[in-house]
Design a protein around this ligand. Structure first.
Ligand code: HEC
Length: 152
């Protein structure tokens, strides 16, 4: 039992360390991609793709908090940027996009509503289903990855 607890804390420290490491890595990655773009004209993610990846990371963190029985209280991302961020050329703000975007933003906000009567896991999963709703028509590639965010 003692070993289990030790291990649990060890994993927690490891996780915190990894998150920290990851933030630093992201900067490095950003730097090295810019360099490579100059040298090899490599794929550069759009502003929207970067925002989406930040949303993914944020929701991954929400999931971990909720599974651990914690109540998330912060939404550090500026989701209004969904309305302005530049997208990959082949994608655009289609009528389907427009019908999903505000519903999605509202659903992300319900997760940090600490006085809501609706079960936290239900609010969280509803929001992830809104990611999926838009992705079904607008960008199908990341769907399997997004499904992993759902809390079973
Ligand atoms: C309103 C529609 C919409 C919603 C809501 C939405 N997405 Fe996206 N997502 C897109 C589109 C469109 C793209 C492609 C971006 C581009 O063209 O630059 C994308 C791209 C992505 C990518 C790929 C980024 C890359 O590196 O290319 C991921 C991952 C992603 N979304 C995750 C999510 C997650 C997680 C959520 C919910 C928290 C979400 N999306 C909500 C429309 C949406």
């Amino acid at each position: 039992m003692a070993f289990y607890y030790n291990n649990k804390y060890l994993s927690l420290y490891l996780l915190i360390f990894l998150i920290f490491l990851n933030c630093q890595n992201e900067e490095n990655v950003a730097e090295s991609t810019t360099k490579k773009v100059v040298e090899y004209d490599m794929y550069q993610p759009s502003e929207m793709a970067n925002l989406m990846n930040a949303m993914y990371a944020y929701n991954q963190q929400l999931k971990a908090q909720i599974v651990a029985g914690k109540t998330p209280t912060q939404l550090p991302l500026d989701l209004a940027k969904l309305h302005t961020a530049e997208m990959t050329d082949k994608n655009g703000r289609t009528p389907a996009w427009n019908s999903f975007v505000n519903v999605f933003i509202a659903s992300q906000q319900t997760i940090i509503d600490t006085i809501s009567n609706v079960d936290l896991k239900e609010r969280y999963n509803a929001s992830i289903n809104n990611c999926l709703g838009c992705h079904k028509t607008e960008c199908t590639g990341p769907i399997p990855k997004i499904k992993k965010l759902l809390i079973q």
